[in-house]
Design a protein around this ligand. Structure first.
Ligand code: NAD
Ligand code: UDP
Length: 318
């Protein structure tokens, strides 16, 4: 027996734990003396994201696909398993839907049997190409159900439906967060998302590929801020289910993002334009009033500060 004492609710399952956000979450939970099981099928996750945790006696890795049932005794479940970047979730769209929908059913079934509290990593994509700006949780969204982004958007929307039906029908203790664009170290360098693309292009001296005219906006949250919010949500008062928006409300055009990255990397890369992908949302900014009120949370890291950290990480990959 080690001398370590556990609080109740100390066994935690993190699905998608070898991914970008999942690996930061596992690390944080271990720092908080939790006993962590990381479940991942390594589709977009990487062993290097969690290699520093291997050997920690309170950390276990299970290679498993969340579309199949999983049996474990836990007190909390963070359900993050799902590819998040458009090229990755469009690679096998049917599998993306299964991951969100069957994955939610399996994890909610696990929560039902163990009576674990369960948090769903939902997304700002449930708002689609929003006609309300900024987006508050009360907005029902503007999602194309049959487009190339639908496998992700509708899969996540159906997962939210399942969470709320299990809550109403089986009294499952659910927490739903809608995550807006998040960036930081351990993003996959080739995952096709805008921050990783622009930084890698700038560092390699390649052209910066802006899709469309670059006037579309996004609001970028640094990973440490996001993880604080996930943990606060899991610990929030009984009965507060969300959904709650988590993101940084500072909004930038993609042209502004490219210029900031060029300045910070001192790169000589040129800005080029490529066609805008189908259904690409024109604007996105979270209304975080609810997160401030319920979680006493707001982001602390500015875009230039977060980009510096992220650039330093990508430099180690060159
Ligand atoms: P990521 O691709 O780095 O991580 C996803 C992880 O899930 C990977 O480790 C992958 O291998 C694993 N996975 C995928 N399908 C699986 C399956 N069927 N079974 C088991 N594991 C599977 O992405 P991320 O940015 O870390 O995103 C994590 C979660 O947060 C996702 O659910 C995503 O939808 C959500 N989210 C992320 C963002 C963001 O900006 N990063 C924004 C909104 C929502
Ligand atoms: N984007 C871009 N160049 C790239 C990659 C993405 O201009 O090399 C744009 C993309 O069209 C979108 C925005 O950046 O308007 C954010 O894209 P990302 O894939 O990171 O996230 P999402 O569209 O899911 O918010």
């Amino acid at each position: 027996m080690s001398g370590r004492t556990y609080a109740l609710n100390s066994r935690v399952l993190v699905t998608g734990g070898a991914g970008f956000l999942g690996s930061h979450l596992c690390e944080r939970l271990l720092r908080e003396k939790m006993d962590v099981v990381c479940l991942d099928n390594f589709f977009t996750g990487q062993k290097r994201n969690i290699e520093q945790l291997i050997g920690n006696p309170y950390f276990e890795v299970a290679r498993h696909d969340v579309t199949l049932p999983y049996f474990v005794e836990v007190d909390q479940i963070y359900n993050l398993a799902c590819p998040a970047s458009p090229p990755h979730y469009q690679y096998n769209p049917v599998k993306t839907v299964k991951t969100s929908v069957h994955g939610a059913i399996n994890m909610l079934g696990l929560a039902k049997r163990t009576r674990a509290r369960i948090l769903q990593a939902s997304t700002s994509e449930v708002y689609g190409d929003p006609s309300v700006h900024p987006q508050a949780e009360s907005y029902w969204g503007n999602v194309n159900p049959i487009g190339i982004r639908s496998c992700y958007d509708e899969g996540k929307r159906c997962a939210e439906t399942l969470f709320f039906d299990y809550h109403r029908q089986n009294n499952i203790d659910i927490k739903v967060v809608r995550i807006f664009n998040t960036y930081g170290p351990r993003m996959h360098p080739n995952d096709g998302r805008v921050v990783s693309n622009f930084i890698m292009q700038a560092l390699r001296g390649e052209d910066i590929t802006i899709y469309g005219d670059g006037s579309q906006t996004r609001s970028f949250c640094y990973v440490d801020d996001l993880i604080d919010a996930l943990v606060s949500m899991m610990q929030s008062r009984a009965g507060f289910t969300g959904p709650v928006n988590i993101g940084n409300p500072e909004e930038f055009t993609m042209l502004e993002l490219a210029e900031q990255i060029l300045k910070l990397t001192k790169s000589k890369s040129k800005i080029t334009h490529q066609p805008l992908p189908q259904d690409d949302p024109k604007q996105r900014r979270p209304d975080i009033t609810l997160a401030k009120k319920e979680l006493s949370w707001q982001p602390k890291v500015s875009l230039p500060e977060g980009l510096q950290e992220t650039i330093a990480y990508f430099q180690t990959l060159l």
